[in-house]
Design a protein around this ligand. Structure first.
Ligand code: PLP
Length: 488
Protein backbone atom coordinates (compact mmCIF):
# COMPACT_ATOMS: atom_id res chain seq x y z
CA UNK A 1 0.00 0.00 0.00
CA UNK A 2 1.55 3.28 -1.05
CA UNK A 3 2.07 5.89 1.60
CA UNK A 4 0.87 9.41 1.26
CA UNK A 5 2.63 12.50 2.44
CA UNK A 6 1.17 14.98 4.84
CA UNK A 7 0.52 17.26 1.89
CA UNK A 8 -1.81 14.70 0.44
CA UNK A 9 -3.33 14.02 3.80
CA UNK A 10 -4.19 17.67 3.93
CA UNK A 11 -5.75 17.40 0.49
CA UNK A 12 -8.16 14.79 1.58
CA UNK A 13 -8.69 16.08 5.08
CA UNK A 14 -11.26 18.58 3.98
CA UNK A 15 -12.43 17.08 0.81
CA UNK A 16 -15.78 15.66 1.71
CA UNK A 17 -18.19 17.74 -0.23
CA UNK A 18 -21.92 17.68 -0.21
CA UNK A 19 -23.25 17.98 -3.66
CA UNK A 20 -27.01 17.79 -3.74
CA UNK A 21 -27.43 16.37 -7.21
CA UNK A 22 -30.58 18.28 -7.96
CA UNK A 23 -29.24 21.74 -7.48
CA UNK A 24 -25.50 21.33 -7.81
CA UNK A 25 -23.71 23.95 -9.81
CA UNK A 26 -21.76 22.97 -12.86
CA UNK A 27 -18.52 23.30 -10.95
CA UNK A 28 -15.43 24.40 -12.78
CA UNK A 29 -13.28 21.32 -12.95
CA UNK A 30 -9.72 20.96 -13.91
CA UNK A 31 -10.28 19.25 -17.19
CA UNK A 32 -11.38 22.67 -18.37
CA UNK A 33 -8.23 24.13 -16.98
CA UNK A 34 -6.31 21.34 -18.57
CA UNK A 35 -7.65 22.18 -21.98
CA UNK A 36 -6.89 25.83 -21.35
CA UNK A 37 -3.31 25.08 -20.65
CA UNK A 38 -2.71 22.02 -22.74
CA UNK A 39 -3.25 23.45 -26.19
CA UNK A 40 0.34 23.13 -27.14
CA UNK A 41 2.43 25.75 -28.84
CA UNK A 42 4.26 22.92 -30.50
CA UNK A 43 3.82 23.34 -34.24
CA UNK A 44 0.34 24.64 -33.62
CA UNK A 45 -1.25 26.33 -36.60
CA UNK A 46 -3.99 28.96 -36.74
CA UNK A 47 -7.14 26.85 -36.68
CA UNK A 48 -9.50 29.22 -38.42
CA UNK A 49 -7.96 28.71 -41.85
CA UNK A 50 -7.09 25.01 -41.61
CA UNK A 51 -9.65 23.24 -39.46
CA UNK A 52 -13.40 22.99 -39.01
CA UNK A 53 -12.96 21.24 -35.68
CA UNK A 54 -13.91 23.07 -32.51
CA UNK A 55 -10.44 22.55 -31.08
CA UNK A 56 -9.69 22.93 -27.37
CA UNK A 57 -8.19 26.30 -28.21
CA UNK A 58 -10.21 27.86 -30.97
CA UNK A 59 -7.34 29.73 -32.52
CA UNK A 60 -4.92 26.81 -32.57
CA UNK A 61 -4.87 23.51 -34.38
CA UNK A 62 -2.62 21.04 -32.51
CA UNK A 63 0.15 19.17 -34.34
CA UNK A 64 -1.20 16.43 -36.60
CA UNK A 65 -0.26 12.85 -35.77
CA UNK A 66 0.51 10.94 -38.95
CA UNK A 67 1.92 7.71 -37.53
CA UNK A 68 2.39 5.87 -34.25
CA UNK A 69 4.18 2.83 -32.92
CA UNK A 70 4.62 1.56 -29.39
CA UNK A 71 5.45 4.50 -27.13
CA UNK A 72 5.95 6.97 -29.96
CA UNK A 73 3.74 9.41 -31.85
CA UNK A 74 4.99 10.96 -35.10
CA UNK A 75 3.67 14.29 -36.32
CA UNK A 76 3.41 15.81 -39.78
CA UNK A 77 6.34 18.14 -39.06
CA UNK A 78 8.69 15.23 -38.42
CA UNK A 79 8.59 15.31 -34.62
CA UNK A 80 8.94 12.08 -32.66
CA UNK A 81 7.21 12.26 -29.28
CA UNK A 82 7.52 9.72 -26.45
CA UNK A 83 3.94 9.37 -25.22
CA UNK A 84 4.63 9.26 -21.49
CA UNK A 85 0.96 9.82 -20.64
CA UNK A 86 -0.85 7.43 -23.00
CA UNK A 87 -2.79 10.50 -24.11
CA UNK A 88 -5.01 11.01 -21.08
CA UNK A 89 -3.92 7.75 -19.37
CA UNK A 90 -5.56 5.68 -22.10
CA UNK A 91 -3.21 3.94 -24.59
CA UNK A 92 -1.97 1.47 -21.99
CA UNK A 93 -0.50 -1.18 -24.30
CA UNK A 94 1.13 1.34 -26.64
CA UNK A 95 0.13 2.47 -30.09
CA UNK A 96 -0.58 0.58 -33.27
CA UNK A 97 -0.67 -2.96 -31.95
CA UNK A 98 -1.40 -5.28 -34.91
CA UNK A 99 -3.09 -7.85 -32.66
CA UNK A 100 -5.80 -5.42 -31.62
CA UNK A 101 -6.23 -4.22 -35.19
CA UNK A 102 -6.77 -7.85 -36.27
CA UNK A 103 -9.39 -8.33 -33.55
CA UNK A 104 -11.22 -5.21 -34.72
CA UNK A 105 -11.25 -6.37 -38.34
CA UNK A 106 -12.43 -9.84 -37.30
CA UNK A 107 -15.32 -8.26 -35.42
CA UNK A 108 -16.16 -6.11 -38.44
CA UNK A 109 -16.41 -9.33 -40.47
CA UNK A 110 -19.04 -10.57 -37.97
CA UNK A 111 -21.14 -7.51 -37.21
CA UNK A 112 -20.08 -3.90 -36.88
CA UNK A 113 -23.11 -2.80 -34.85
CA UNK A 114 -26.39 -4.07 -33.56
CA UNK A 115 -28.76 -2.53 -31.06
CA UNK A 116 -28.00 -3.90 -27.59
CA UNK A 117 -31.61 -4.09 -26.30
CA UNK A 118 -32.47 -6.26 -29.35
CA UNK A 119 -29.34 -8.41 -29.79
CA UNK A 120 -26.44 -9.80 -27.76
CA UNK A 121 -22.92 -10.22 -29.15
CA UNK A 122 -20.13 -12.51 -28.03
CA UNK A 123 -17.77 -9.55 -27.88
CA UNK A 124 -19.89 -7.66 -25.35
CA UNK A 125 -20.61 -10.82 -23.34
CA UNK A 126 -16.89 -11.45 -23.12
CA UNK A 127 -16.08 -7.95 -21.86
CA UNK A 128 -18.79 -8.24 -19.22
CA UNK A 129 -17.79 -11.67 -17.98
CA UNK A 130 -14.11 -10.70 -17.91
CA UNK A 131 -15.06 -7.75 -15.66
CA UNK A 132 -17.41 -9.66 -13.36
CA UNK A 133 -14.92 -12.56 -13.07
CA UNK A 134 -12.22 -10.08 -12.09
CA UNK A 135 -14.24 -9.26 -8.95
CA UNK A 136 -14.96 -12.90 -8.10
CA UNK A 137 -18.57 -12.21 -9.07
CA UNK A 138 -19.15 -9.56 -6.38
CA UNK A 139 -19.85 -7.11 -9.18
CA UNK A 140 -22.30 -9.29 -11.04
CA UNK A 141 -23.47 -7.20 -14.00
CA UNK A 142 -21.87 -4.75 -16.40
CA UNK A 143 -23.32 -1.93 -18.50
CA UNK A 144 -20.99 -1.11 -21.38
CA UNK A 145 -20.83 2.42 -22.77
CA UNK A 146 -18.41 4.51 -24.78
CA UNK A 147 -16.63 6.68 -22.20
CA UNK A 148 -15.91 7.25 -18.55
CA UNK A 149 -18.39 10.09 -18.34
CA UNK A 150 -21.18 7.89 -19.65
CA UNK A 151 -20.30 5.17 -17.14
CA UNK A 152 -20.52 7.69 -14.28
CA UNK A 153 -23.77 9.10 -15.64
CA UNK A 154 -25.24 5.60 -15.83
CA UNK A 155 -24.04 4.92 -12.28
CA UNK A 156 -25.74 8.02 -10.88
CA UNK A 157 -28.97 7.08 -12.61
CA UNK A 158 -28.76 3.48 -11.42
CA UNK A 159 -28.17 4.62 -7.84
CA UNK A 160 -31.37 6.65 -8.02
CA UNK A 161 -33.30 3.79 -9.63
CA UNK A 162 -32.07 1.41 -6.90
CA UNK A 163 -33.84 3.47 -4.24
CA UNK A 164 -37.03 3.76 -6.26
CA UNK A 165 -37.24 -0.03 -6.33
CA UNK A 166 -35.85 -0.91 -2.91
CA UNK A 167 -38.05 -3.34 -0.93
CA UNK A 168 -39.87 -3.54 1.38
CA UNK A 169 -40.15 0.23 1.00
CA UNK A 170 -38.82 2.38 -1.86
CA UNK A 171 -36.92 5.47 -0.61
CA UNK A 172 -37.99 8.13 -3.06
CA UNK A 173 -36.65 10.92 -0.87
CA UNK A 174 -33.06 9.92 -1.74
CA UNK A 175 -32.04 12.43 -4.38
CA UNK A 176 -28.63 13.65 -3.23
CA UNK A 177 -25.07 12.63 -3.98
CA UNK A 178 -22.00 13.31 -1.90
CA UNK A 179 -18.68 13.77 -3.65
CA UNK A 180 -15.28 15.05 -2.62
CA UNK A 181 -13.90 18.48 -3.16
CA UNK A 182 -11.24 18.45 -5.84
CA UNK A 183 -12.63 15.55 -7.78
CA UNK A 184 -13.49 14.92 -11.40
CA UNK A 185 -16.04 12.42 -12.61
CA UNK A 186 -16.78 13.49 -16.17
CA UNK A 187 -18.09 16.24 -18.33
CA UNK A 188 -21.82 15.77 -18.85
CA UNK A 189 -24.02 17.90 -16.63
CA UNK A 190 -24.78 15.02 -14.27
CA UNK A 191 -21.21 13.80 -13.86
CA UNK A 192 -19.94 17.38 -13.70
CA UNK A 193 -22.34 18.11 -10.87
CA UNK A 194 -20.66 15.54 -8.64
CA UNK A 195 -17.15 16.78 -9.38
CA UNK A 196 -15.78 19.63 -7.37
CA UNK A 197 -12.81 21.94 -7.12
CA UNK A 198 -12.11 23.89 -3.99
CA UNK A 199 -9.29 24.93 -1.73
CA UNK A 200 -7.07 22.51 0.10
CA UNK A 201 -7.61 24.79 3.02
CA UNK A 202 -5.73 22.75 5.55
CA UNK A 203 -2.62 22.18 3.51
CA UNK A 204 -0.45 24.18 5.85
CA UNK A 205 -1.93 22.97 9.10
CA UNK A 206 1.01 21.29 10.78
CA UNK A 207 -1.20 19.14 12.93
CA UNK A 208 -2.29 17.16 9.89
CA UNK A 209 1.28 16.18 9.22
CA UNK A 210 1.50 14.53 12.60
CA UNK A 211 -1.83 12.74 12.47
CA UNK A 212 -1.60 8.99 12.28
CA UNK A 213 -3.37 7.34 9.38
CA UNK A 214 -5.94 5.95 11.81
CA UNK A 215 -6.68 9.38 13.27
CA UNK A 216 -6.82 10.90 9.85
CA UNK A 217 -9.20 8.28 8.49
CA UNK A 218 -11.40 8.66 11.57
CA UNK A 219 -11.49 12.41 10.94
CA UNK A 220 -12.54 11.86 7.32
CA UNK A 221 -15.21 9.38 8.34
CA UNK A 222 -16.54 11.91 10.82
CA UNK A 223 -16.64 14.58 8.10
CA UNK A 224 -18.55 12.28 5.79
CA UNK A 225 -20.92 11.35 8.58
CA UNK A 226 -21.44 15.03 9.39
CA UNK A 227 -22.25 15.66 5.77
CA UNK A 228 -24.84 12.89 5.79
CA UNK A 229 -26.33 14.36 8.97
CA UNK A 230 -26.50 17.86 7.54
CA UNK A 231 -28.22 16.68 4.37
CA UNK A 232 -30.52 14.27 6.15
CA UNK A 233 -29.03 10.77 5.95
CA UNK A 234 -32.07 9.28 4.26
CA UNK A 235 -31.95 11.81 1.41
CA UNK A 236 -28.58 10.63 0.08
CA UNK A 237 -28.37 8.21 -2.85
CA UNK A 238 -24.61 7.72 -2.88
CA UNK A 239 -21.10 8.88 -2.08
CA UNK A 240 -18.78 8.91 -5.10
CA UNK A 241 -14.99 9.07 -5.08
CA UNK A 242 -12.01 8.30 -7.30
CA UNK A 243 -10.17 5.36 -5.72
CA UNK A 244 -6.84 6.97 -6.62
CA UNK A 245 -7.39 10.62 -7.49
CA UNK A 246 -6.09 11.34 -11.00
CA UNK A 247 -5.27 14.63 -12.66
CA UNK A 248 -7.57 16.71 -10.46
CA UNK A 249 -5.46 16.24 -7.34
CA UNK A 250 -2.36 14.97 -9.10
CA UNK A 251 -2.24 11.21 -8.41
CA UNK A 252 -3.23 10.82 -4.77
CA UNK A 253 -3.63 7.27 -3.46
CA UNK A 254 -5.95 6.78 -0.49
CA UNK A 255 -4.41 6.20 2.92
CA UNK A 256 -4.93 2.66 4.22
CA UNK A 257 -8.37 2.24 5.73
CA UNK A 258 -9.88 5.23 3.93
CA UNK A 259 -12.10 3.25 1.55
CA UNK A 260 -13.27 0.89 4.27
CA UNK A 261 -14.17 3.80 6.54
CA UNK A 262 -16.07 5.67 3.81
CA UNK A 263 -17.98 2.54 2.84
CA UNK A 264 -18.89 1.91 6.48
CA UNK A 265 -20.39 5.40 6.73
CA UNK A 266 -22.40 4.79 3.53
CA UNK A 267 -23.59 1.39 4.79
CA UNK A 268 -24.62 2.90 8.10
CA UNK A 269 -26.86 5.36 6.29
CA UNK A 270 -28.12 2.95 3.62
CA UNK A 271 -26.48 4.91 0.79
CA UNK A 272 -24.53 3.41 -2.10
CA UNK A 273 -20.73 3.57 -2.33
CA UNK A 274 -19.52 4.42 -5.85
CA UNK A 275 -15.88 4.19 -6.90
CA UNK A 276 -14.82 5.98 -10.07
CA UNK A 277 -11.91 4.05 -11.55
CA UNK A 278 -12.06 5.58 -15.01
CA UNK A 279 -8.45 6.67 -14.65
CA UNK A 280 -7.06 4.55 -11.80
CA UNK A 281 -8.64 1.22 -12.71
CA UNK A 282 -8.03 -1.52 -15.28
CA UNK A 283 -4.42 -1.95 -14.20
CA UNK A 284 -3.18 1.65 -14.21
CA UNK A 285 -2.31 1.54 -10.50
CA UNK A 286 -0.95 -2.02 -10.55
CA UNK A 287 -4.04 -4.15 -10.01
CA UNK A 288 -7.06 -4.68 -12.21
CA UNK A 289 -9.19 -2.74 -9.72
CA UNK A 290 -7.58 -0.07 -7.59
CA UNK A 291 -9.97 -0.83 -4.72
CA UNK A 292 -8.54 -4.33 -4.32
CA UNK A 293 -5.33 -2.83 -2.93
CA UNK A 294 -7.15 -1.83 0.22
CA UNK A 295 -6.71 -5.46 1.23
CA UNK A 296 -3.14 -5.97 0.05
CA UNK A 297 -1.25 -4.78 3.08
CA UNK A 298 1.41 -7.24 4.20
CA UNK A 299 -0.66 -8.38 7.17
CA UNK A 300 -3.62 -8.77 4.91
CA UNK A 301 -5.30 -5.82 6.35
CA UNK A 302 -6.90 -4.61 9.46
CA UNK A 303 -9.45 -3.04 7.15
CA UNK A 304 -10.85 -5.91 5.10
CA UNK A 305 -11.81 -5.97 1.48
CA UNK A 306 -13.83 -3.09 0.15
CA UNK A 307 -16.10 -3.84 -2.77
CA UNK A 308 -18.02 -0.88 -4.20
CA UNK A 309 -21.74 -0.96 -4.92
CA UNK A 310 -21.12 0.64 -8.29
CA UNK A 311 -17.82 1.09 -10.12
CA UNK A 312 -16.86 2.86 -13.32
CA UNK A 313 -13.97 1.98 -15.63
CA UNK A 314 -12.95 3.26 -19.05
CA UNK A 315 -9.55 4.45 -20.31
CA UNK A 316 -7.44 1.30 -19.86
CA UNK A 317 -10.31 -0.99 -20.79
CA UNK A 318 -9.96 -0.39 -24.52
CA UNK A 319 -6.54 1.29 -24.42
CA UNK A 320 -7.73 3.83 -26.96
CA UNK A 321 -8.27 1.32 -29.76
CA UNK A 322 -11.98 2.14 -29.48
CA UNK A 323 -14.02 4.36 -27.16
CA UNK A 324 -15.34 2.15 -24.36
CA UNK A 325 -16.29 2.48 -20.71
CA UNK A 326 -18.31 0.36 -18.33
CA UNK A 327 -20.38 0.46 -15.19
CA UNK A 328 -19.90 -2.54 -12.88
CA UNK A 329 -22.88 -3.27 -10.68
CA UNK A 330 -22.68 -5.08 -7.35
CA UNK A 331 -24.96 -8.10 -6.98
CA UNK A 332 -26.63 -6.33 -4.06
CA UNK A 333 -27.85 -3.61 -6.48
CA UNK A 334 -28.69 -6.15 -9.17
CA UNK A 335 -30.84 -8.05 -6.66
CA UNK A 336 -32.95 -4.99 -5.99
CA UNK A 337 -33.56 -4.41 -9.69
CA UNK A 338 -34.29 -8.10 -10.20
CA UNK A 339 -37.02 -7.97 -7.57
CA UNK A 340 -38.25 -4.62 -8.88
CA UNK A 341 -38.76 -3.68 -12.51
CA UNK A 342 -36.21 -6.20 -13.74
CA UNK A 343 -34.76 -3.58 -16.08
CA UNK A 344 -32.26 -0.72 -16.06
CA UNK A 345 -34.17 2.41 -17.06
CA UNK A 346 -31.17 4.02 -18.79
CA UNK A 347 -29.96 3.07 -22.27
CA UNK A 348 -27.79 4.40 -25.09
CA UNK A 349 -27.66 3.72 -28.80
CA UNK A 350 -24.03 2.61 -28.77
CA UNK A 351 -24.03 0.60 -25.55
CA UNK A 352 -22.03 -2.61 -25.82
CA UNK A 353 -20.67 -1.62 -29.22
CA UNK A 354 -19.29 -4.86 -30.69
CA UNK A 355 -16.20 -3.37 -32.32
CA UNK A 356 -15.24 -1.51 -29.15
CA UNK A 357 -15.83 -4.70 -27.16
CA UNK A 358 -13.71 -6.77 -29.53
CA UNK A 359 -10.88 -4.28 -29.18
CA UNK A 360 -11.20 -4.27 -25.38
CA UNK A 361 -11.21 -8.07 -25.21
CA UNK A 362 -7.98 -8.29 -27.18
CA UNK A 363 -6.35 -5.52 -25.15
CA UNK A 364 -7.24 -7.28 -21.90
CA UNK A 365 -6.02 -10.61 -23.26
CA UNK A 366 -2.67 -9.01 -24.09
CA UNK A 367 -2.46 -7.49 -20.60
CA UNK A 368 -3.06 -10.94 -19.09
CA UNK A 369 -0.82 -12.90 -21.45
CA UNK A 370 2.10 -10.54 -21.04
CA UNK A 371 1.62 -10.25 -17.29
CA UNK A 372 1.56 -6.49 -17.70
CA UNK A 373 0.10 -5.68 -14.29
CA UNK A 374 3.24 -7.09 -12.70
CA UNK A 375 5.22 -4.87 -15.05
CA UNK A 376 3.11 -1.88 -13.98
CA UNK A 377 4.02 -2.55 -10.35
CA UNK A 378 7.74 -3.08 -11.01
CA UNK A 379 8.18 -0.24 -13.50
CA UNK A 380 5.93 2.00 -11.41
CA UNK A 381 8.21 1.64 -8.42
CA UNK A 382 11.22 2.28 -10.59
CA UNK A 383 9.61 5.35 -12.12
CA UNK A 384 8.65 6.79 -8.73
CA UNK A 385 12.11 6.12 -7.30
CA UNK A 386 13.88 7.55 -10.28
CA UNK A 387 11.72 10.69 -10.35
CA UNK A 388 12.39 11.22 -6.64
CA UNK A 389 16.14 10.75 -7.07
CA UNK A 390 16.35 13.14 -9.97
CA UNK A 391 13.77 15.76 -9.06
CA UNK A 392 12.88 15.26 -5.40
CA UNK A 393 15.39 17.84 -4.20
CA UNK A 394 14.50 20.44 -6.84
CA UNK A 395 13.58 23.73 -5.20
CA UNK A 396 10.22 23.90 -6.97
CA UNK A 397 9.14 20.29 -6.69
CA UNK A 398 6.72 20.17 -3.76
CA UNK A 399 5.76 16.54 -3.97
CA UNK A 400 6.17 13.42 -6.08
CA UNK A 401 3.44 10.86 -5.55
CA UNK A 402 1.56 8.07 -7.24
CA UNK A 403 0.91 4.40 -7.50
CA UNK A 404 1.59 1.88 -10.26
CA UNK A 405 2.15 3.79 -13.48
CA UNK A 406 0.26 6.90 -12.43
CA UNK A 407 2.68 9.51 -11.08
CA UNK A 408 2.33 13.19 -10.37
CA UNK A 409 4.88 15.93 -9.78
CA UNK A 410 3.54 18.96 -7.96
CA UNK A 411 5.32 22.27 -8.46
CA UNK A 412 5.51 24.97 -5.79
CA UNK A 413 7.00 28.44 -5.58
CA UNK A 414 8.28 27.74 -2.08
CA UNK A 415 9.42 24.29 -1.07
CA UNK A 416 9.26 25.07 2.65
CA UNK A 417 5.74 26.52 2.77
CA UNK A 418 4.40 24.63 -0.27
CA UNK A 419 3.04 27.92 -1.60
CA UNK A 420 1.91 27.33 -5.18
CA UNK A 421 2.89 29.42 -8.19
CA UNK A 422 0.35 32.03 -9.28
CA UNK A 423 -1.91 30.53 -11.97
CA UNK A 424 -0.79 33.27 -14.38
CA UNK A 425 2.71 31.74 -14.39
CA UNK A 426 1.23 28.71 -16.20
CA UNK A 427 4.00 26.46 -14.93
CA UNK A 428 2.38 23.14 -15.87
CA UNK A 429 1.48 24.42 -19.34
CA UNK A 430 5.01 25.68 -19.89
CA UNK A 431 6.55 22.34 -18.92
CA UNK A 432 4.06 20.53 -21.14
CA UNK A 433 4.87 22.80 -24.10
CA UNK A 434 8.60 22.46 -23.49
CA UNK A 435 8.24 18.69 -23.55
CA UNK A 436 6.92 18.91 -27.11
CA UNK A 437 9.95 20.82 -28.37
CA UNK A 438 12.36 18.81 -30.54
CA UNK A 439 15.12 18.71 -27.90
CA UNK A 440 12.80 17.03 -25.43
CA UNK A 441 10.30 14.94 -27.41
CA UNK A 442 7.97 13.93 -24.60
CA UNK A 443 4.27 14.24 -23.92
CA UNK A 444 3.52 15.23 -20.30
CA UNK A 445 0.01 15.69 -18.92
CA UNK A 446 -0.41 19.12 -17.28
CA UNK A 447 -2.96 19.89 -14.60
CA UNK A 448 -3.70 23.05 -12.69
CA UNK A 449 -5.81 23.94 -9.69
CA UNK A 450 -4.79 21.09 -7.40
CA UNK A 451 -4.60 23.53 -4.47
CA UNK A 452 -7.74 25.60 -4.79
CA UNK A 453 -9.24 24.98 -8.19
CA UNK A 454 -7.06 27.66 -9.74
CA UNK A 455 -3.50 27.46 -8.47
CA UNK A 456 -1.39 24.38 -7.95
CA UNK A 457 0.47 22.91 -10.92
CA UNK A 458 1.07 19.24 -11.60
CA UNK A 459 2.55 17.18 -14.37
CA UNK A 460 1.18 13.65 -14.58
CA UNK A 461 3.02 10.67 -16.06
CA UNK A 462 0.97 7.67 -17.12
CA UNK A 463 3.03 5.60 -19.57
CA UNK A 464 2.07 2.31 -21.20
CA UNK A 465 1.91 -0.83 -19.06
CA UNK A 466 4.58 -2.52 -21.19
CA UNK A 467 7.36 0.04 -20.77
CA UNK A 468 10.86 -1.24 -20.08
CA UNK A 469 13.52 -0.04 -17.66
CA UNK A 470 15.14 1.75 -20.59
CA UNK A 471 11.86 3.53 -21.31
CA UNK A 472 11.70 4.66 -17.68
CA UNK A 473 15.14 6.21 -18.12
CA UNK A 474 13.99 8.02 -21.26
CA UNK A 475 10.87 9.32 -19.52
CA UNK A 476 12.71 10.54 -16.43
CA UNK A 477 15.54 12.07 -18.42
CA UNK A 478 13.22 13.97 -20.76
CA UNK A 479 10.80 14.99 -18.03
CA UNK A 480 13.65 16.24 -15.84
CA UNK A 481 15.12 18.26 -18.67
CA UNK A 482 11.73 19.81 -19.48
CA UNK A 483 11.20 20.73 -15.80
CA UNK A 484 14.69 22.25 -15.50
CA UNK A 485 14.31 24.14 -18.77
CA UNK A 486 11.30 25.94 -17.27
CA UNK A 487 12.24 26.15 -13.59
CA UNK A 488 16.01 26.03 -13.67
C1 PLP B 1 -11.83 9.79 -12.62
C2 PLP B 1 -12.47 10.15 -13.93
N1 PLP B 1 -13.80 9.98 -14.10
C3 PLP B 1 -14.41 10.27 -15.27
C4 PLP B 1 -13.70 10.77 -16.33
C5 PLP B 1 -14.40 11.07 -17.63
O1 PLP B 1 -14.06 10.10 -18.59
P1 PLP B 1 -14.19 10.41 -20.14
O2 PLP B 1 -13.25 11.54 -20.43
O3 PLP B 1 -13.81 9.12 -20.80
O4 PLP B 1 -15.60 10.77 -20.40
C6 PLP B 1 -12.32 10.96 -16.21
C7 PLP B 1 -11.52 11.50 -17.33
O5 PLP B 1 -10.40 11.91 -17.21
C8 PLP B 1 -11.67 10.64 -14.98
O6 PLP B 1 -10.36 10.79 -14.81
Amino acid sequence: MANVTSTIVADLAHNVNTTPFKDAQAAKVDVTEFYDTAASDHQAQPASSVSSILHAKLERKPATVTASKGNYLYTSDGAEIFDATCGAAVACIGHNDPRVKDAIVKQLDTVEYCYAPFFATDAAEQVASMLTDSTGGDMSKVFIVSSGTEAVEAGLKLARQYFTELLPQPQLQRTKFIARRQSYHGNTLGSLSVGYHAGRRAIYEPILGTNSNEEYVAQLAQELDDTFQSLGPDTVCAFIAETVAGLTLGCVPPVPGYLRAMKDVCDRHGALFILDEVMSGMGRTGTMHAWSQESESPLDTPYGVVVPDLQTVAKGLGAGYAPIGALLVNKRVVDVLSHGTGAFAHSQTYQGHPVACAAANRVQQIIREENLLENVRVMGEKLGKSLTERLGAHKNVGDIRGRGLLWGLEFVESKSTKKPFPPSDQIAAKIHNTGFKPDFGISLLPGTGVVDGHSGDVIVLAPAYNITAADVEIIVDRAERAVRAVLG
